[in-house]
Ligand binder design. Structure first.
Ligand code: ACO
Length: 315
C-alpha cells in the first residue's frame, strides 16, 4: 500500500507587502533583503484571516482536484507553529469548517519541517491501513509571531497554507521514502521568546541567523544524500526538488553541492518569503496539476529544534 498524492492546493492572504512597502522605521531596504535572502514580497494575514481559514481554502482546492468529498476524508493533520488557539488543534477547526464527520484530526509541531513530519505520520497510517484518505496541511500565520521592530527576523517570513490529499492505493506511485530527524541541542538557535508554560504569552521569533543558515545547508545535504542512497538513486534521477523556502542563498548552496540542475529546483521564496510549515506544499501547489508530470519529486525541510527531513514522492 502506498500513499498517493491525488490533489493539492494553496492559499495566500489577500494582503501582499513588497520589501519597499515595509515601514521606514525598520531601517532595511529592498536591495539588502533581495541580496541576502531572495525575498521580494510576503503575504500577511489581515484580522479576518487565520491559520485555519487559509488551511480550509487550501484544502478545498486540494479536495476539488482530488475529486473527494468530506465524507471520504478520515484523517486531518495540520502542521503549524501558529495555530488558531493554544487548544483545540487547528486540525479540529478545519474539520468543523469542512464538515468532515468521520476523521481523526490533530496538529503537528515541527515548525518549518512540520509538513514533512505530517506527511510521515499520515503515510504511516495509510500504509498500515489505519486510515484510507488523509488531508495533510501546512498552514501558518507566522506574521503574528514576529517582532515587527526586529529587521533581522520580520523581513524573512510570510503567511500562507498548502494542502495535499493522500489516498492509500496499491500503486507504484506515492510516498516511496520518508525520513525525519531532530536534534534538540539546537533549541536555543531558533525559538519564540515565550510560550504558554513559560511566560504565558505566545512570544515572538528569536533567531541565530548564522547558525540556522549553516545548519540548513548541512541538514539539506545530509538528508538528500540519505534519501538518494536509500533508494539507489543519483541526483540525475530527481525530476523536481522542493526545498523549504528559507533563503535563496541556502538553496543556491544546495544546488552547487548536490549538482542538481537549477531548472529542477522549485523556488518560490521571492513571492512567498518563508512560510514555515506551509512553504513546501504552497510551493508545490504553484505547479497545479503540472506536478503530476514529474516522476521523482524530493521534498527537503529544515526548521527550529532543529528538525529536518526528506520525502521521495513518485507521481
Ligand atoms: N536589513 C538591513 N540590514 C540588516 C537586516 C535587514 N533586514 N537584517 C540584518 N541586517 C544587518 C545586520 O544588523 C548586520 O549589520 P552589522 O554588520 O552592522 O552588524 C548585517 O546586516 C549583516 O547581518 P548578518 O546577520 O551577518 O547577515 P547574514 O548575511 O547572515 O543574513 C540572514 C542574515 C538573512 C538572517 C541569514 O543569516 C539567514 O537567512 N539565516 C537563516 C534564516 C532562516 O533560514 N530562518 C528560518 C529557519 S526555518 C524555521 O524553522 C523558522
Amino acid at each position: 500500500m502506498n500513499s498517493v498524492i491525488i490533489g493539492l492546493g494553496g492559499a495566500l492572504p489577500k494582503k501582499c507587502i513588497l520589501n519597499s512597502e515595509l515601514p521606514e522605521s525598520l531601517d532595511t531596504s529592498d536591495e539588502w533583503i533581495m541580496q541576502r535572502t531572495g525575498i521580494r514580497q510576503r503575504y500577511v494575514a489581515e484580522e479576518d484571516e487565520t491559520t485555519s481559514s487559509l488551511a480550509v481554502e487550501a484544502s478545498r482546492k486540494a479536495m476539488s482536484m482530488a475529486n473527494v468529498s468530506p465524507d471520504d476524508i478520515d484523517l486531518i493533520v495540520v502542521a503549524t507553529a501558529s495555530g488558531d488557539y493554544t487548544f483545540p488543534s487547528t486540525a479540529t477547526v478545519v474539520q468543523r469548517e469542512l464538515v468532515v464527520k468521520n476523521a481523526a484530526a490533530f496538529d503537528i509541531s515541527a515548525v518549518c519541517s512540520g509538513f514533512i513530519y505530517a506527511l510521515d505520520v499520515a503515510d504511516s497510517r495509510l500504509k498500515l491501513g489505519k486510515s484510507k484518505c488523509a488531508l495533510v496541511i501546512g498552514a501558518e500565520t507566522f506574521s503574528r509571531l514576529l517582532d515587527w521592530n526586529d529587521r533581522s527576523t520580520c523581513v524573512l517570513f510570510g503567511d500562507g497554507a498548502g494542502a495535499v490529499v493522500l489516498r492509500g492505493e496499491n500503486s507504484d506511485k506515492g510516498i516511496l521514502s520518508s525520513l525525519i530527524y531532530s536534534d534538540g541541542t539546537n533549541v536555543e538557535h531558533l525559538k519564540t521568546s515565550g510560550g504558554v508554560s513559560t511566560t504565558k504569552t505566545i512570544g515572538y521569533v528569536l533567531m541565530n541567523g548564522k547558525e540556522v543558515f549553516r545548519a540548513a545547508i548541512e541538514k539539506f545535504n545530509e538528508s538528500l544524500q540519505a534519501l538518494l542512497s536509500l533508494n539507489n538513486m543519483t541526483i540525475e534521477d530527481i525530476d523536481l526538488l522542493v526545498p523549504h523556502q528559507a533563503n535563496v542563498r541556502i538553496i543556491e548552496k544546495l544546488i552547487a553541492s548536490s549538482g542538481i540542475e537549477r531548472e529542477k529546483v522549485l523556488i518560490t521564496i521571492d513571492k512567498h518569503a518563508n512560510t514555515s510549515a506551509a512553504s513546501i506544499p504552497l510551493a508545490m501547489s504553484e505547479l497545479g496539476t503540472g506536478i503530476f508530470t514529474k516522476k521523482n519529486v524530493v521534498l527537503l525541510s529544515m526548521g527550529a529544534g532543529f528538525t529536518w527531513g526528506a520525502t521521495l514522492v513518485r507521481f
